[in-house]
Design a protein around this ligand. Structure first.
Ligand code: FE2
Length: 351
């Protein structure tokens, strides 16, 4: 067999290219938006991409699944619970996809999303047992996928799904869909692990179910442009332009200089935090547009006025500002240190 992991530093996503060196058939799992690297690899090595599989409908990046399938003649595959508006092969729990001698066995692992799957990779000439699991956003290295996209039952389902994977042998290598990024909060940064190591040292796997559910409920902010990205991945709209990114220079303002600047420029203050964070206290006059909604609410952001992007500590708002810059909002600045820094500097707060 052939196996290659692709790491995208901008999104924190991992994707996978798996092939049989006997039949030259290949599968790509969780393809990045930019699909040329997979096509180049297939061409260089003489592989034919037969399956393009997403382990779930991603909320943080636009999948390249349909573009890669169109360019390669492959079949797009998703779990049957995925609600999509385009034709695809609907995978079921236990179903096996074959690449020559290599077997990809689907395991339904709902929780992060209702349609989340993990994929066991089996290479029978070496062993009848799986040697690897592509664990999607179910099991990460040092963490599990956030369960809040899976609805109220998400955390309980995620617990059961993770337990299912922990039933695998210790030696099974774990290759998740993320090594960083907003789909989890405590990922270690290593791009792979083993079932044995995670069972013993993953902090969330050391606690009973009730505590797991409790800790899993402390979720980070929803990803930038999540609603537009999810709709794109479902085929319900095309907001490919809403994928995060952009490394444009963004002006920075400190909490000390911001009040005067705001007065002088009559600027629009854009608070991209979650509604509950905004409600707890915000820069006076700030307008709440959570980053998850940003792409779908652009009409509310003036292009002819200075805009000051604000979040809790300056990270989320910087990425939002860079995204706006990419869309030609030229007058965007970022509040360094965010609302926390603003409060620390003794500036007034509105509730
Ligand atoms: Fe995800």
């Amino acid at each position: 067999m052939y196996f290659k992991q692709f790491l995208n530093d901008e999104t924190g996503c991992s994707s996978y290219f798996i092939a049989s060196r006997q039949s030259n058939e290949a599968a790509v799992v969780d393809p990045d938006f930019e699909v040329q690297p997979y096509l180049d690899l297939a061409r260089e090595r003489g592989y034919r991409i037969k399956f393009v599989i997403d382990t779930h409908l991603h909320a943080d990046h636009v999948s390249g699944n349909r573009r890669l399938a169109a360019a390669s003649g492959a079949e797009v595959c998703l779990h049957e619970a995925a609600e999509v508006a385009f034709p695809c092969r609907k995978l079921r729990d236990g179903e096996e996809l074959r690449l020559g001698q290599v077997v990809l066995r689907v395991v339904h692992t709902p929780g992060h999303r209702p349609e989340s799957i993990s994929i066991l990779v089996i290479n029978p000439p070496r062993s009848p047992e799986p040697s690897m699991v592509l664990s999607g956003d179910t099991l990460f290295v040092g963490d599990v996928g956030r369960p809040d996209f899976g609805g109220p039952e998400g955390a309980r389902e995620q617990y059961a799904s993770v337990q299912k994977l922990l039933g695998l042998d210790d030696y099974v290598a774990v290759f998740p869909a993320h090594f960083e990024g907003p789909c989890g909060k405590g990922m270690c940064g290593r791009p792979s692990s083993t079932i044995g190591f995670e069972r013993r040292f993953n902090p969330l796997l050391q606690v009973p179910q009730e505590e797991f559910v409790q800790r899993a409920a402390e979720v980070p902010a929803r990803p930038l442009n999540m609603n537009a990205i999810l709709a794109t991945n479902q085929g319900l709209g095309n907001y490919e332009w809403a994928r995060p990114g952009g490394d444009g220079e963004v002006a920075r303002l400190s909490a000390d200089e911001a009040p005067r600047w705001l007065r002088e420029h009559q600027a629009f203050v854009l608070d991209v935090r979650e509604p509950w964070e905004y409600a707890a206290g915000h820069v006076p006059g700030a307008v709440s547009i959570p980053q998850a909604d940003l792409a779908l609410r652009l009409a509310e952001i003036p292009k002819d006025r200075e805009v000051l992007a604000v979040c809790a500590s300056g990270g989320r708002s910087l990425r939002a500002a860079q995204f706006l810059k990419r869309l030609h909002y030229e007058q965007v600045a970022n509040l360094d240190g965010g609302t926390n820094g603003w409060i620390k500097a003794g500036q007034p707060v509105e509730r």
